[in-house]
Design a protein. Structure first.
Ligand code: CS2
Length: 488
């Protein structure tokens, strides 16, 4: 097993930490230690630790259950080391052991330990990857959802929290009472203005608990916005075996990612930060244009590609983008619907950006899963497609590609490919009432799902009609026949 005792046994091509992990002190607490975080923020931190050893990371897992406990136990057994394999489209790979994560706490096992760590003055940044839907914002009202039962529980019992909002605000209260500084709350989720969304969520919670505390947090904590980018597939047991065969390591938590990565960050930190520029972070005063380009081009076309690809039986993104009809549809979507309404950030050419996105999707070395991309589609549609749909509707423009995307999503949710293979989708946002809409015989029923709430204030009658028609074609004749009805 990979751990501090046997790390030196790694084959020489594996890049090992250029610092002694035992010298590292924690300065960051991170919620949501998923693969993206491990291939992204943790890598950037790993690159600066030799120079700034006080910025190690303590990971926190909020979900409980057998899987979470096993993950926590494996992290402990591996001294929180893991390997990252970076794959270039030409097949070249490089492997690196990352030691930036210095401890992993399962909140359910010891909530007080998490609170103590957050309250410790050495914690200067609290970062998070809790998914697009994780900020508990009601899309219809745009406000933090105080009715969420877990939020209610935390509001009444802040010393034993269960949500990230409860943990962070409880710790900030302790820090304020002890005369300590606040920390930076740094979202690394794929949201436009993720810092502003985090601010709304944490202050929304704090305000409901104690307006004075909320005011202190607003004055003392900061919430930098960021654009984050790196395609990081799910690692199956089979993938893990192959990764270990290649690296010669015995890693039970290997991560794989493309060779590309980007982090554009606002320089707005409450209590210092590491010199991340030396690891390649771009510091800017305003990330808006970078976020729009990334989310509305890369993420939006990822789902535009994956929803129909699943119906066609393509398990992997590189297979899907090789299908000429699916690729053409993504290109048409980007060129006709998205790019004309985007502002390019300095130094970015949107046509080139599109080509780089298509080439990244084509990377066969990672086997990125279409079902991973399609998971939590409800939250993703709201974040990745809303602006484009609103622009099209408000401009009375051709909505056919968007209608196709929505129709493919609704058909995909039914869990069966055009050739009758069953699969399961992950839609945490949908309860039983929504499942009934998904499986209704009425093609229009699915349009009531919250995925489409964000443009319900506009007249979308024609778009809805097109969705219904395209669903019928997909169901009776398949995805390719539906695509053939779209303008050439
Ligand atoms: C994907 C992202 O889950 C998704 O919808 O589009 O995970 C994507 O791979 C990353 O945002 C790339 O930075």
């Amino acid at each position: 097993m990979l751990n501090l005792d046997n790390i030196k046994k790694a084959v020489s091509s594996v890049h090992l930490p250029d610092y002694n992990p035992l010298d590292i002190k924690p300065g960051i607490v991170h919620f949501g230690v998923g693969n993206f975080f491990r291939a992204h923020e943790a890598l950037y931190i790993d690159k600066i630790l030799h120079a700034e050893p006080s910025w190690g990371i303590i990971g926190v897992g909020l979900t409980d259950g057998e899987h979470s406990r096993k993950k926590a136990a494996t992290f402990k057994a591996q001294d929180c080391l893991y390997s990252l394999t970076e794959c270039a489209p030409d097949g070249k790979r490089s492997v690196r052991v990352i030691a930036a994560l210095r401890d992993y706490l399962l909140a359910a096992e010891d909530p007080q330990k998490v609170l103590e760590r957050l309250s410790n003055p050495s914690t200067r940044i609290v970062s998070m990857t809790i998914t697009e839907g994780g900020y508990n914002i009601n899309e219809a009202t745009g406000a933090f959802d105080l009715e969420n039962p877990n939020v209610q529980q935390d509001l009444h019992n802040l010393e034993s929290p269960i949500t990230i909002f409860g943990y962070v605000v409880s710790a900030l209260r302790r820090r304020r009472n002890a005369g300590l500084k606040a920390f930076t709350i740094m979202s690394c989720d794929n949201l436009r203005h993720n810092g502003d969304v985090a601010r709304k969520a944490f202050l929304g919670f704090a305000q409901a608990h104690d307006p004075e505390l909320a005011e202190w947090i607003a004055q003392n904590a900061t919430f930098p916005n960021a654009m984050v980018d790196r395609i990081t597939p799910t690692v199956t047991a089979n993938d893990a075996r192959q990764l270990n065969d290649y690296s010669g390591l015995e890693d039970d938590l290997p991560v794989v990612a493309e060779d590309f990565h980007q982090w554009v960050l606002e320089d707005n930190f409450a209590d210092g930060r590491p010199d991340l520029a030396r690891a390649g972070v771009q510091f800017v005063s305003d990330v808006t244009d970078y976020e729009h380009v990334k989310i509305r081009m890369l993420n939006a076309s990822h789902i535009m590609l994956s929803f129909p690809a699943i119906l066609l039986g393509y398990a992997h993104v590189d297979q899907a983008i090789k299908d000429p009809a699916l690729k053409q549809n993504v290109e048409n979507f980007l060129v006709r619907d998205v790019i004309p309404t985007l502002k390019a950030p300095p130094g970015v050419d949107l046509q080139e950006y599109m080509q780089s996105v298509l080439s990244r999707f084509s990377n066969p070395a990672m086997a990125d899963q279409t079902l991973r991309i399609a998971g939590d589609g409800c939250a993703k549609i709201q974040v990745f497609w809303t602006e484009t749909v609103r622009d099209l509707l408000l401009g009375h423009k051709d909505c056919s590609r968007m209608a196709f995307g929505i129709a493919a999503y609704l058909e995909m949710l039914r869990g069966v490919t055009s050739s009758g293979q069953h699969y399961s989708t992950a839609e945490p946002a949908y309860a039983q009432a929504q499942q009934a809409l998904i499986h209704s015989d009425d093609y229009a029923a699915g349009l009531k799902l919250p995925a489409f709430d964000a443009w319900r204030d506009l007249d979308s009658h024609a778009l809805d009609q097109q969705v219904v028609e395209l669903r019928k074609v997909i169901r009776s004749q398949g995805v390719l026949a539906a695509l053939a009805t779209l303008p050439a």
